[in-house]
Design a protein around this ligand. Structure first.
Ligand code: HEC
Length: 107
């Protein structure tokens, strides 16, 4: 029984280490999921909607990283409605990682 528990824990550890999970964890940790979900609008648009809107736009990754960090109002944003996204207290590297993940469909 004990070895069963140990191996189950090891499997969970492996799952948690996949890149997709790491990105979702980063989004949770960065408070993004308070306003966003992957597949539906909350305060901000769903990540899959965002990916659809910018599909094929090669400049989107850099633009969105800037808006994620600095907020949309100050960075040419407000593409979605009356409410701008406020700036988020994250590093440039994390903003770039999140922009890439979202544009890939947040999978
Ligand atoms: C306080 C709520 C809130 C939080 C927290 C928040 N967002 Fe947003 N987000 C919004 C709103 C509202 C919009 C739509 C903004 C607009 O139309 O200007 C948006 C838009 C976006 C967009 C699309 C921007 C565009 O120009 O099309 C991305 C990408 C995004 N958010 C990612 C994130 C990430 C990643 C985080 C976490 C670091 C985050 N958001 C945290 C509310 C939030």
């Amino acid at each position: 029984m004990k070895s069963l528990i140990v191996s189950a824990t090891a499997v969970l550890g492996l799952l948690a280490a996949t890149p997709a999970m790491a990105n979702l964890e980063l989004a949770k940790k960065s408070n993004c999921m308070a306003c966003h979900s992957v597949d539906k609008k909350i305060v901000g648009p769903g990540y899959q909607e965002i990916a659809k809107k910018y599909a094929g736009d090669k400049t989107a990754e850099a633009t969105l990283a800037k808006r994620i960090k600095g907020g949309t109002a100050a960075n040419g944003g407000q593409k979605w409605g009356a409410v701008p996204m406020p700036p988020n207290a994250i590093s440039d590297a994390d903003a770039a990682t999140l922009a890439k993940w979202i544009l890939a469909g947040a999978k």
